[in-house]
Design a protein around this ligand. Structure first.
Ligand code: MN3
Length: 200
């Protein structure tokens, strides 16, 4: 079975006015879709045909000769995870076990916000900011370059934010810090992060 572009978990205009339907039509309909089309071409007739995205990512991470396959597989995975990391009427603060763990491992919600903003703003060029459960069982804020995903280091992603320019340029132009602030204030899906922590 070839890979398919997953539907957005909400309508294309559901994140307006923060992220417009115009951005999502390009970001989901063109960029995310291109990764799907490219990966299907690349794995056809190879050992990776029929494998899961996660298995392909783990098998190709760090292998320069498989960079094309890794980049497209990881970008499919990362984008699907990113759509779910946002929600209409998102934002606010986490509660319950996730909030308690943010307090214990990261020094509180405000410290998380500072760390996440810094990760997103200081990722030079293209990449991602993440909240993960690391291999030591602690929450950690990390950033990754280009298509890289903490999953291949054994961490469990809880939340991600795309900081490639295509994620924000149509709505925010060069103002990446404003996009990051909007993500945290109005879009972030804490229920998704909490469910990922509960399943870890
Ligand atoms: Mn993107």
């Amino acid at each position: 079975m070839p890979f398919e572009l997953p539907a957005l978990p909400y309508a294309q205009d559901a994140l307006e006015p923060h992220i417009t339907a115009n951005t999502l039509s390009f970001h989901h309909g063109k960029h995310h879709n291109a990764y799907v089309v490219n990966l299907n071409k690349m794995v056809e007739g190879t050992e990776f045909e029929g494998k899961s995205l996660e298995d392909i990512m783990k098998a190709t991470a760090g292998d320069a000769s498989k960079a094309g396959i890794f980049n497209n597989a990881a970008q499919i995975w990362n984008h699907t995870f990113y759509w779910h990391s946002m929600a209409p009427n998102g934002g606010g603060k986490p509660s319950g076990a996730l909030a308690e763990k943010i307090d214990a491992d990261l020094g509180g919600f405000d410290a998380f916000v500072d760390a996440f903003k810094t990760a997103g703003a200081t990722q030079f060029g293209s990449g991602w900011a993440w909240l993960v459960l690391n291999t030591a069982g602690k929450l950690e804020v990390v950033k990754t370059l280009n298509a890289e995903c903490p999953l291949t280091d054994g961490a469990t992603p809880l939340l991600t934010m795309d900081v490639w320019e295509h994620a924000y340029y149509l709505d925010f132009q060069n103002r990446r810090p404003d996009y990051i602030a909007t993500f945290l204030e109005s879009l972030v899906n804490w229920e998704f992060a909490a469910s990922n922590l509960a399943a870890a």
